[in-house]
Design a protein around this ligand. Structure first.
Ligand code: AMP
Ligand code: ZN
Length: 432
């Protein structure tokens, strides 16, 4: 049974005092790592007992740069002999961000994923095809062990090789998938080519989508194309991986598992904690991690805490869909734009297909925003006149929402570059 009712619906006051205990435990544990010990020696961190959870605001932040500077072992709070696995975060320069796990950490993580999957209705008789990358990336392995813990038949296929994916989906009547949203859209075009209708010819009912930012419009598109429910899954290697926050059947934000993590939203510029409902950077403190406890870790992800309680009855608070990372914001001739805003507008236009690409160039000392969009099959074979009209309409929609006039280029379906890992859709070429 992975419906942990007592924990998931714990009275808020009880949950607060549970968190206070856990926070004090984390402080003691963290004090064993060279990094936090040195902070305390420099009197930047005090390990004295915290009496109210509010006092967490007085503790220092931990950043990705701290982790990189502390490579390889400064954050390790246990003996290396007690570590059974490491994972590493994607796509950074310099020292990688390496995260260690004890046996207990792995078990805690498995249970957390099992809890997430169970919450959305996955049961032992489901067939789970895990299309996330296996390896240093936490997405694949994290879900793999969680699903096995739940007792679900798990197909560790990993991403890519769409013909083989489809073969497995059909032969094993896969009912649940875990997939990058960008890959879910790309995979759909293969169904089209093979003249298979995933709504009718497959047994799919649930997809877990995450690991990269995506708009509500993309989620709805995936649900619509496949005839399934798609649940948003959020996590980061530094906390464990997936399983940090997850959507329940209400699909109105992701519950952060507050028995495992303490969350704050801060103003990324001032570091001040913001009230519920206001958008800022998500900061997380671990409660149950043994090998590498982290205090007030700045995730770099922008979101807000959704005020109020969820209809599902769970008391753990929810965060909104991730708007992007603090470093994702584009400043185009002085106007601030997040790539996800562009995606939202594009995906509301039915003639647009499944992929797009953003380029920013410097031309005559001015920034120029180029947006290439794939059309869907039916529109692509339309007349030149129709295509021109469509291009003007897309440009107008973007201009009125963004306050910047982009150069829109319409391209053939499936013609834009794709990657097997997280999608890279923004190319800022201004310094080239
Ligand atoms: P990694 O540690 O390499 O797996 O990357 C974690 C990062 O991926 C997070 O900090 C987010 O920026 C991003 N991410 C993970 N899940 C989601 C999600 N559901 N929506 C948006 N971004 C996500
Ligand atoms: Zn809920």
């Amino acid at each position: 049974m992975y419906w942990e009712k007592d924990i998931e619906t714990m009275d808020r006051r009880e949950l607060d005092s549970y968190q206070l205990n856990k926070l004090n435990e984390t402080l003691q544990l963290a004090g064993r790592s060279p990094y936090y010990r040195s902070l305390s020696r420099r009197e930047e961190l005090n390990f004295k007992e915290i009496k109210s959870i509010e006092e967490i605001k007085e503790l220092p932040f931990t950043t990705k740069k701290n982790l990189q500077d502390g490579f390889p072992y400064d954050f390790l709070a246990v003996d290396l002999k007690d570590v059974v696995r490491l994972h590493s975060s994607s796509g950074t320069t310099g020292n990688p961000t390496v995260v260690y796990h004890t046996k207990e950490d792995i078990e805690t993580w498995e249970n957390l994923i099992a809890r997430c999957m169970y919450m959305t209705g996955v049961r032992e008789d489901d067939i789970f095809q895990n299309m996330m990358g296996y390896g240093l990336f936490t997405g694949g392995i994290g879900f793999h062990y969680g699903a096995e813990k739940l007792g679900v038949l798990t197909i560790p296929i990993g991403p890519g090789n769409s013909a083989r994916q489809i073969w497995f989906l059909r032969k094993f009547k896969t009912s649940v998938i875990h997939i990058l949203p960008s890959y879910a859209l790309r995979l759909y075009s293969f169904f089209n080519e093979m003249e298979i209708n995933p709504r009718k010819d497959l047994n799919l009912k649930i997809a877990f989508i995450g690991a990269e930012s995506h708009s509500e419009e993309i989620r709805r598109k995936i649900e619509d194309l496949y005839g399934i429910k798609a649940y948003n899954s959020y996590g980061l290697s530094e906390m464990c991986g997936p399983g940090v926050a997850f959507e329940c059947p209400c699909q109105k934000g992701m519950h952060v598992w507050e028995d495992h993590f303490y969350m704050e939203i801060i103003n990324p510029d001032t570091g001040k904690v913001l009230p519920e409902g206001e958008e800022g950077e998500l900061v997380l403190t671990t409660f149950k991690r043994r090998a590498m406890p982290l205090i007030r870790y700045r995730t770099g992800d922008l979101t807000r805490i959704i005020p109020g309680t969820c209809d599902c009855g769970r008391t753990h608070r929810r965060i909104d869909r991730i708007k992007g990372r603090t470093d994702d914001m584009l400043i185009i001739n002085g106007v601030n734009i997040f790539p996800i805003q562009i995606e939202m507008i594009l995906m509301r236009i039915p003639e647009i297909g499944h992929n797009y690409l953003i380029e920013i160039r410097k031309e005559n000392y001015m920034d120029r925003l180029y947006i290439k969009v794939e059309l869907n099959e039916e529109v692509f074979i339309g007349t030149l006149f129709e295509l021109e009209k469509l291009q003007v309409r897309i440009t107008d929609d973007l201009k009125s929402e963004l306050g910047v006039t982009p150069v829109v280029k319409l391209v053939e379906p499936s013609s834009l570059p794709v990657s097997e890992g997280k999608a890279k859709r923004v190319y800022d070429l201004r310094n080239n």
